[in-house]
Design a protein around this ligand. Structure first.
Ligand code: IDP
Ligand code: MG
Length: 247
């Protein structure tokens, strides 16, 4: 009876005959679908949408990969065999060649006093780019090499003992005039003569506990970077901040 009245009221296909309509007014396939929320086949619209989306994805993915590997020539990729990053091209500044780099190291007192984050933050917020960083407990022999030019100074043995008394954070930072600016950010060797606003001026008191090291010239920076880092530990990468830092 019910099925008869349904058929008399609407043009049902066979697949709908076995379903009961919850509403007496449900007399067409459209009404049936509204009540049951169960389309029997994907609509033409969704089929076309999927086709268009898949085609777009096929076109865009290879294009993105190509541009990521070639744009600016300074992105690192993973080597498929060794799974190591391979960076072939130079990091550039407005296409002007390689940027200056400096060696900055947080000394054992900086680490013990929980100032690693603060010192890193200052270089990051200035806009310099981190190129390498490690957390290490250096040997006396490495520290003697690092401070070789001070070996005749009376404070040299105490300096080596202090520097080998705990872990350190050696880093390489990159940017325009980073060597000179880095020294200015550190302040004077003696914290007592360092202006407030500098790292040594803000966070330490005595010359023998001055929490951080910074290269004093481009040449010494190159030597110190080579002493503390292997070439492959220096990461060449492009920061998204670049166009907002450099003209
Ligand atoms: P810098 O670290 O500002 O480049 P340098 O003259 O190269 O200063 O000295 C290296 C480090 O030796 C200093 O950062 C400091 O830790 C230590 N130092 C320098 N002068 C003295 C001193 O008179 N007494 C104790 N330690 C000193
Ligand atoms: Mg020095």
């Amino acid at each position: 009876m019910a099925s008869q009245s349904r058929r008399s009221r609407g043009d049902y296909s066979a697949s709908y005959r076995n379903f009961s309509c919850p509403q007496p007014a449900c007399s067409t396939q459209e009404e049936y679908l509204v009540h049951h929320h169960r389309p029997t086949r994907p609509s033409r619209f969704s089929l076309y949408s999927w086709l268009v989306l898949c085609s777009l994805a096929l076109l865009l993915v290879p294009a993105t990969l190509t541009s990521a590997s070639s744009h600016s020539g300074d992105l690192c990729e993973k080597d498929l065999d060794s799974n190591e990053p391979v960076c072939t091209a130079k990091s550039t500044m407005s296409g002007d060649g390689e940027r200056e780099r400096t060696f900055i190291m947080i000394k054992p007192d900086g680490v013990q006093r929980g100032l690693v984050g603060e010192i890193v933050k200052r270089f990051e917020q200035k806009g310099f780019k981190l190129v390498a960083m490690k957390f290490t407990w250096a040997s006396e022999s490495l520290l003697k090499q690092h401070y070789a030019d001070l070996s005749s100074k009376p404070f040299f043995p105490g300096l080596v003992k202090y520097m080998s008394s705990g872990p350190l954070v050696p880093m390489v930072w990159e940017g325009l005039n980073v060597v000179k600016t880095g020294r200015q950010m550190l302040g004077e060797t003696n914290p007592a003569q360092s202006l407030p606003g500098t790292i040594r001026g803000d966070y330490c008191i005595e010359v023998g506990r001055n929490i951080c090291h910074g290269s004093d010239a481009v040449d010494s920076a190159k030597k110190e970077i080579a002493l503390w880092f292997k070439p492959e530990e220096l990461i060449k990468w492009k920061s998204v901040e670049d166009p907002w830092l450099y003209e």
